[in-house]
Write a protein that binds this ligand. Sequence first.
Ligand code: NAP
Length: 276
Amino acid sequence: MSTARAFVVGWPVKHSRSPLIHRHWLKRHGIDGGYCAEAVPPEDAESFFRSFGDRGYCGGNVTLPHKEAAFRACQMLTPVAERLGAANTLWLEGATLHGDNTDAYGFAANLDDNVKDWRGGATALVLGAGGAARAVLFALMEAGYKSIALLNRSPERATALASHFGAPVDPGGLDAVADALPGADIIINTTSAGLHGDAGIPIDWRAARPGVIVTDLVYVPLVTPFLGAAAEHGLTIVDGLGMLLHQAVPGFERWFGVRPEVDAELRAVVVADLAE
Ligand code: NAP
């Protein structure tokens, strides 16, 4: 039986739902391990990554703003972490620090759970060009999307990200949304606009194809104004909480040796916490 201990490290970290998710799974599987939140300021991140093994940890999750610092600290990276330039899941093999990025996996697994044929689309519209958009672009390209409009409030950030990913990604500003919307099979909000119920990015959903899939990475509230408006137009919506739950699976399996399930019970635990 595993008595391993893992962490989530961030600055700040108290908003993180990772302890809730992993402790739920530890209890569910009767594992005598531990999972702690570590608040570490940016100037101490590098030394934390070098020394967490000495403090009894076998690995952990990394949240904002440390995902790039974690990437730099790793001696071994999975191909996806290498491609995204950020690590959110760490583990030690002997003295060697390994890093993975499970955000793209979490994004795709959430859609797999909710919309069986989402991988059949060809054209995507991605709003936002921050860290989360990188994972989404990776997942869309893996799923076979051939044309991806990447639109951001600051168009130069979209251009920089598009040059990292190459041909399928076509960058622009938010003023191009009206042109990109009618051709899209899937539309993803990766911006933090809409967080805590702010109005978000205004979209004229009447121009969207019937049956188009609309998803939002923001999950507070669960149904953001972006998703709510899309649902009113009869479109298929998927909230962002499933991405958070699924991205946690590979780390738990590495640290504690059991592949956990994302199920209705776990979702209800986190939804109840979000409501508080
Ligand atoms: P980030 O790197 O800071 O990027 C933020 C993005 O939002 C940028 O594209 C920014 O545009 C845009 N933005 C912010 N406010 C805006 C506004 N009022 N109008 C239009 N665009 C706006 O953040 P991130 O790491 O990509 O995360 C983005 C969101 O995804 C966060 O809310 C985060 O919590 C969520 N997220 C969820 C999951 C999940 O598991 N569901 C995983 C990762 C992230 P500019 O470049 O113009 O500033």
